[in-house]
Design a protein. Structure first.
Ligand SMILES: [Ca+2]
Ligand SMILES: [Ca+2]
Ligand SMILES: [Ca+2]
Length: 485
């Protein structure tokens, strides 16, 4: 349905699609259409891109903490940064290489590959390999520990058999022996060594297997070697923050159901972080994860605390205990159920924030997930008389950028309107189509802000939509319309 007006070069159009939404559009010759939202000014292209953005940034996290200096699981190119060789010129050269899962009969500690002291030049068969005589097989690399005051070395190792008393494994930092072993280790076993004494320097880390002139067995395997560094005795790092039940809806009535498929009344959030102990002694730590829901302006949105009430800072706080052994790194996973305490605005976007506190002290670590958009149904009664419908006006476009007053087919503008409605009604009853009116109201403004009289300013649509969409969990029925008036 066309809109007509008398004269203007810069015009404004106020658009009203229902009592729930009011959007104002500015339209200018040769200029992009822009939308003024309820709270924020958004450019047209930004609003359309919101759905894409939430996918792109869903896994973006802000993470700071300890640093991984070395991470070797033998899954990539080997030797890579390592120097490998046999320091004993006698016998045939035999030294470190990566070997596959089947090699030697024992699976890698992780992935598909592990390191073997005689991967190059081994004796025997791949299913029963043996190291050779006269080996000083090494894999070594430089580690730069400058800028850190705390350093941990961890590695996993396995020694199916060895000539005890004559052949041996050891780990060195330059010429300092950090660890040594001359006996069989039947299962993958982690070794943890504190390297704080070497922090701030650059060193050479060396794994060395030594055999004498006679009698050989299977020898030494390595996997998942890690050198991590930090600046404090205990350090943490966020791995991820993920909204796990995003459907585009928050449905308060789901709180009446015990089924996990109906848990859409809360934002189910998984936070994963690692805690590392850079001391030799175990540490028992209480962490607090403080969650907030931020709108697009970065302002905290009302949410319920774990006790079902709201607090003044709109935070949701969970405590978790961690017993982190000396030199150990622990991965901790925390699950939150964040429930909005007010109706989420379908025109705004929301980001979930998690802040980590250790023993009451803010670690400064923050992780975020978002932005997300939601249609939020607050109706709690299945069979209430009201029509529980949410709408959103997505865009308005015009097909021409000029008008000629009095000329046939040129004295009006035709607007293409894109909107959507979502309905969640009678969700405990029979699913059926109901028709309801949706009014689109237009107002034209001249550049001085004064409304311009038009022949038409209201279009009433008769829309029909299902009360819900049946499924494993019933979903709201939706209508997305792209109509011209
Ligand atoms: Ca591996
Ligand atoms: Ca040799
Ligand atoms: Ca030997």
């Amino acid at each position: 349905m066309p809109l007509e007006w008398e004269n203007s070069r810069i015009l404004w159009l106020a658009f009203k699609a229902s009592d729930l939404i009011t959007q104002k559009y500015k339209w200018e010759k040769n200029a992009a259409c822009q939308i003024w939202g309820l709270q924020n000014r958004l450019s047209f292209s930004e609003l359309i891109a919101v759905g894409v953005a939430s996918l792109l940034f869903a896994f973006l996290s802000v993470c700071v903490g300890q640093t991984t200096i070395v991470s070797e699981g033998f899954e990539g190119i080997f030797p890579g940064s390592w120097n490998v060789g046999d320091g004993n010129p006698n016998g045939s050269p035999s030294y470190w290489d990566k070997v596959d899962a089947a090699f030697g009969g024992q699976s890698p500690r992780s992935g598909n590959w592990k390191g073997y002291c005689a991967g190059i030049g081994y004796a025997g068969a791949t299913n029963a390999p043996r190291y050779t005589n006269y080996m000083t097989a090494y894999m070594s690399r430089t580690i730069n520990l400058s800028g850190y005051s705390r350093v941990n070395l961890r590695f996993w190792n396995l020694v199916p058999s060895i000539e005890t008393g004559w052949d041996y494994c050891r780990v060195l930092l330059d010429s300092t022996v950090l660890w040594s072993n001359g006996v069989a280790i039947g299962n993958w076993t982690e070794v943890s060594t504190n390297l704080n004494a070497f922090a701030g320097t650059t060193r050479t880390l060396r794994f060395e297997f030594v055999s004498d002139s006679i009698i050989n067995y299977e020898g030494w395997y390595l996997d998942d070697i890690e050198v991590t560094a930090g600046t404090a005795p205990i350090m943490e790092q966020f791995s991820s923050l993920t909204l796990t039940n995003y459907t585009g809806y928050v449905i308060d009535a789901d709180a009446l159901s015990n089924s996990p498929a109906y848990h859409r009344y809360a934002l189910r959030v998984r936070a994963v972080f690692v805690a590392e102990n850079f001391t030799p002694a175990p540490s028992n730590i209480t962490y607090r994860l403080q969650y907030r829901l931020l709108n697009s302006a970065g302002v905290a949105f009302p949410i319920y605390e774990t006790n079902g009430l709201t607090n003044v800072t709109y935070t949701y706080n969970l405590l978790t205990n961690a017993n982190v052994g000396g030199g150990q790194r622990l991965t901790l996973t925390n699950f939150a159920a964040i429930r909005p305490a007010a109706r989420l605005n379908p025109y705004d976007t929301y980001t979930i924030e998690c802040r980590l506190f250790r023993g009451g002290i803010d670690t400064g670590l923050v992780c975020t997930d978002g932005p997300y958009q939601f249609f939020h149904f607050t109706n709690m009664v299945s069979g209430d008389a009201a029509l529980n419908i949410l709408t959103r006006l997505n865009s308005v476009q015009t097909n021409r950028i000029y008008m000629v007053n009095g000329a046939p087919n040129r004295s009006n503008f035709i607007f293409r309107v894109n909107f959507e409605t979502h309905r969640y009604d009678n969700f405990g009853g029979v699913n059926m189509v109901t028709f309801y009116p949706l009014a689109l109201e237009y107002t034209l403004f001249a550049s001085n802000g004064v409304p311009v009289a038009t022949k038409t300013n209201r279009v009433v649509l008769n829309l029909g939509s299902y009360s819900y969409q049946p499924g494993t969990s019933n979903s709201p029925g939706a209508v997305c319309a792209d109509v011209q008036y």
